[in-house]
Design a protein around this ligand. Structure first.
Ligand code: NAD
Length: 482
């Protein structure tokens, strides 16, 4: 493990890591700091399809040795990655805050989570994936084992560039697979930092590869390449559908974790202060740029006015500023497209007659950045701002007549990622847990209070495919005559 601060984590230009070496690319791009556009994070290299092929071929060539090697070797490598990530969490967290605009505490928490995930998967590598089955015949034994798949293509978003990458890379390597990792173009520095830590963990050349570049060139190539056995994707539903089509065309295995329009229900019997606090954190933490963020606050009529008043009062006190500034509650939006998208939905909300309550303006600060005032509307269920994923600090409040109506509104969406409820009623909480159509559910907690080592879940347009060992391995059933 490298704790020596003299070994630089990563330096610009951020390069690909292919077959155990650092490589330049076909073209370059610039990673900007969304808190300060005059202070770029660094240049990064971008691959074309040919260079992507090189990484996939390297991963394929490394597969045999890696997959047949000892589980202890895999565990040790993952543990070393986790240890260095944790030892250098301040450095990695600062880079994350600079690159995607999370506040420093949010970024440090994600860097810590990423380190812990690698350590979790280190122990997972040592689990035995064998079961004995009962044979219908005398004198026959049945064993069910799970075998590594081959090359896994990992395509990730910018919103949690360390934690999502750690969850996927950790799982893939723990199960004996090789990896080609393609990060989002807004987070190449974080990806290169991760690759730098991985490069010191003693993996054989080719087991882990980082290839940066556009979704259309690099991502699409990974999804279509015949040597990629499976694709693990996190991103928008639109891109996920494209990845699914490419994978289906060649019958490759695929797992998609996609968008949401997550509901957060507040019943009249809830602890109102606690519910407002949880709603604030669910909707506006990480500037609402989390797949688990709640963007539909569904509030029972009896507490609607006090809830909205209390939330507005808290919103007005939030400080939106540079992600590294002490006291900042909400950092900037992560990139220009995100800012444009949120400003656009402000116009949509006003045009369709939703009642504007707070925020929604672009803000000027001491540095030039994508600062956006957290926004709140009272909306009707049919409004686009209440139906479409915005992915930012823009939430709507919907009125519910009673619990049944609240549950109906919660499920009235094409998405099904996560859902939350605040209530003191055990029976309502249990009913909600059973009947809300989502992969994750939180009770008297923010919707974002989830952990990455447990299944991500997700239904409807939010997810596709298994997330557990069934995805990362192929099952084999052996019949043995004794
Ligand atoms: P995105 O869909 O634009 O991009 C995701 C990744 O796909 C990027 O690496 C991108 O370069 C790549 N890509 C783009 N076009 C491609 C193509 N044709 N083929 C293959 N790859 C391609 O998403 P984003 O803007 O980076 O992230 C935000 C989205 O991610 C939101 O919708 C959010 O809800 C979702 N998200 C979901 C989860 C989850 O766990 N369900 C977690 C975080 C983010």
């Amino acid at each position: 493990m490298n704790r020596d601060p003299l070994v630089p984590l990563v330096a610009s230009p951020f390069r690909h890591y292919i077959n155990g070496g650092w490589e330049t690319g076909a073209t370059t791009g610039v990673s900007l700091n969304p808190s300060d556009l005059d202070e770029p994070v660094g240049d990064y290299v971008r691959a074309d399809a040919r260079q992507t092929d090189t990484a996939i071929e390297a991963a394929s060539a490394a597969f045999r040795e890696w997959s047949l090697g000892s589980a202890q070797r895999r565990a040790d490598a993952l543990d070393a990655i986790g240890s260095e990530m944790l030892a250098r969490r301040d450095e990695v967290g600062r880079l994350l805050a600079r690159e995607v605009g999370k506040t420093l505490p949010e970024a440090l928490a994600e860097a810590t989570r990423a380190g812990q995930l690698f350590k979790f998967f280190a122990t997972e590598a040592l689990r035995a994936f064998a079961e004995s089955g009962a044979s219908a015949r005398a004198g026959v034994e049945i064993d069910v084992t799970r075998e590594p798949l081959g090359v896994i293509g990992i395509i990730a978003p910018w919103s949690a560039p360390l934690a999502i990458a750690a969850a996927k890379i950790g799982a893939a390597l723990a199960h004996g697979n090789c990896v080609v990792f393609k990060p989002a173009e807004s987070a190449p520095g974080c990806a290169a930092a991760l690759a730098s830590i991985v490069s010191r963990a003693g993996l054989p050349a080719g087991v882990f590869n980082l290839v940066m570049g556009s979704g259309r060139q690099v991502g699409a190539r990974i999804a279509a390449h015949p040597l990629v056995a499976a694709i693990s994707f996190t991103g928008s539903a639109e891109t996920g559908t494209r990845v699914l089509q490419a994978a289906a065309a060649r019958q490759a295995r695929v797992q998609l974790e996609m968008g949401g329009k997550n509901p957060f229900v507040v019943l009249a019997d809830a602890d109102l202060d606690g519910a407002v606090e949880a709603a604030l954190s669910s909707a506006y933490g990480c500037a609402g740029q989390r797949c688990t963020a709640a963007s539909r606050l569904i509030v029972e009529r009896a507490v609607f006015e006090p809830f909205v008043d209390a939330l507005q009062t808290k919103l007005a006190k939030l400080s939106v500023d540079h992600a590294l500034k002490h006291g900042t509650d909400i950092g900037p939006l992560a990139n220009a497209a995100q800012l444009e998208r949120n400003l656009d939905y402000m116009r949509v909300g006003q045009q369709e007659g939703a009642q504007w309550l707070h925020g929604g303006r672009q803000l000027e600060r001491a540095t030039r950045g994508y600062f956006f005032e957290p926004a709140l509307f009272i909306a009707e269920p049919e409004h686009r701002i209440a139906r479409e994923e915005i992915f930012g600090p823009l939430a709507v409040v919907l009125r519910a007549d009673d619990y049944d109506h609240a549950l109906h509104l919660a499920n009235d969406t094409v998405y099904g990622l996560c859902a939350g409820i605040c209530t003191r009623s055990l029976s309502r909480a249990r009913h909600f847990r059973r009947h809300v159509q989502s992969g994750l559910v939180t009770i008297n907690l923010p919707t974002t209070a989830v952990e990455h080592h447990t299944p991500g879940g997700g239904r409807k347009a939010s997810a596709y495919g298994a997330t557990d060992a069934a995805f990362w391995t192929a099952v084999k059933t052996a019949y043995v005559a004794s």
